[in-house]
Design a protein around this ligand. Sequence first.
Ligand code: IVH
Length: 710
Amino acid sequence: MTSISTVEPSKLSKQQAIEELARLASMLSQADLDYHGKDSPSIDDASYDALKRRNKEIEKLFPELKRPDSPTDKVGGPLADGFSKIKHSIRMLSLGNAFEQSDVVEFDQRIRKFLGMEDSDPLQYTAEPKIDGLSLSLRYEDGILISAATRGDGSTGENVTANAKMISNIPQKIENAPKILEVRGEVYMGHADFSKLNAAQEAVGGKGFANPRNAAAGSLRQLNADITKARPLSFFAYAWGEVSDPLAKTQMSAIARLKGFGFATNDLTQLCDGPSELVSHYHLIETARSDLGYDIDGVVYKVNDLELQRRLGFRSTTPRWAIAHKFAAELAWTRLEDIEIQVGRTGALSPVARLQPVTVGGVVVSNATLHNEDYIKGVDSKGAEIREGKDIRVGDLVQVYRAGDVIPKIADVDLSKRDPNARQFDFPEVCPKCQSAAVREGDDAVRRCTGGLICPAQAVEKLKHFVSRGAFDIEGLGAKQIETFYHDDQLPIREPADIFTLRSRDDSALTKLKNRDGWGGTSSRNLFDAIDDRRVIPLNKMIYALGIRNVGETAANLLARHYLNWTDFLAGVQDAASQAGPAWDDLLSIDGVGAVMATSLTQSLTHEQEFASIARLAEELTIEPVEPVAQSESPVAGQTVVFTGTLEKMSRAEAKARAESLGAKVSGSVSAKTNLLIAGPGAGSKATKAAALGIKVIDEDEWIVLIGDV
Ligand code: IVH
């Protein structure tokens, strides 16, 4: 291998810099390949680091010369870190769930209300099997398959293009397609293929997959596409992402077009006139389920008219125009061997049932949640009986159920099989991890450890949440590694900021990490790089990552969209701590933020130690402000608007969604920050207040003209 140049980077001419960056990119990528090509690293760790450092220095001096394949941007080698990433041009979302017939009726009612439709107005839906596999987005440009990505976190997925090309029923080329076409659907493995694959794996002493879904995921997410090729995967197309020309006017005809392009689509897709037809088709599919030859876990309903789909739009992670009606959970009976208490990141003490392993719907289950202490006692949080008041004791025969991917639960207990020695469970009143008092506040069903940051369990869980998907999602730093780092004395991670000081903590950080079990030179360096990769983080992810009680991903998005940047977020929440005054009103004006969440926020961000830890973290980061949505031509972009009175042309929900999609903030109350009030008939105190504050007031027709919907 060529040796490293000794010319000072600052002495390099532009031409020399170009050549050297090219040479370094090729040397480093060769070194990565050699390392991962097993057992034959071509250079030692120190030289590798020196090359990388030099590359960075030159890039710093000549930023305009940074290569698209710059080693700086590479988080590790191609094999160790797996797949490169693909940003979805349109987010890949998940679906809301319905379990009962009444949920389906409510789904229809919600849609009608949003669209301002009467019960008697016709509204068609499609109903189709919900395939139990993993979703994939295929991008075609000029009819050629150019990339394939898994869903990932919805915004960014893994680049599995080489693997997708190995799936025989995915066309590589399509005729007469729009210039840009993203086809979305599910990769799955049929039952017969699954049995064959597992038999073959077991024959060579390997471990079989637990179910076809895992087998499909394990086969698609193979770093060596040849393995994918040998695995019998299939694909059903059921949706699309970016398209340069609309596919059709209805869901049904869009799917027919995908079929025309050569994609497999599901023949059980059916047009239905309303909830009762949807539910009939659901039962038909449920009956056919065992003979389909592949796993399904429910039926998906979608509004058929694509213009209505567009109007309905999306909530933060799910479309308003579709829902998954899940099949009833699978059940099994087994012995409850023990009850253990887990302490979560917000201090919640959660009882976990340790079970004699039992197969529930094809998956071996040995743990299940028992929710809280009342649930074990057989009462709900208000003291009313559940399970006819039967309590659950260690040693009991219990009924386990699981629906889809969710954590298995205990549904029932068989008293006729109760062992006379079965012991009642005494729910602890101190935290089993830190011995602090565990208390129940108000009518909260959950008992919580009061140890806060001194409780190691809370600290570890907070860290696990911090690195999880949706939050910082640091490659190579998952729950397992967090456990080890937390308990390590040499190179500990005890709070989020520690993650970012890991590399610079001391000169021998790399050596210390490399000497640990499971870590080598490259994986250690990759971890440091992956951490550096997250030093720039969008505001919504930062807020979510803090793991504040009651603040999930949706709430974090709402908060980020409201405050727009970290400084204003902190100031806004901290100023609201007195629970009165303009900052508190402003926090509560966010649609979706109630007093409970607002209190959690103010408590966390004004708690001295907790805030100090957050401040240490923020020091390490660049927190990206939110780009106001579509800071487009729309005159309402960036404005705070309030609707009041009756709207006659569209429902309040649709008006709000439309305003937000144009980049406006919709507030529930009028304040000095309000720019515009849209007042329909019957407007009352809000209109009066707006007038007093000199805020512009317009009616619905003027609003429609303003947003260009005429
Ligand atoms: S439609 C905008 N249709 O279920 C949402 N999804 O639980 C588009 N899935 O992420 C999804 N079969 O991976 C749709 N017939 C079907 C489906 C289906 C399976 C998966 C998909 C989605 C997940 C949500």
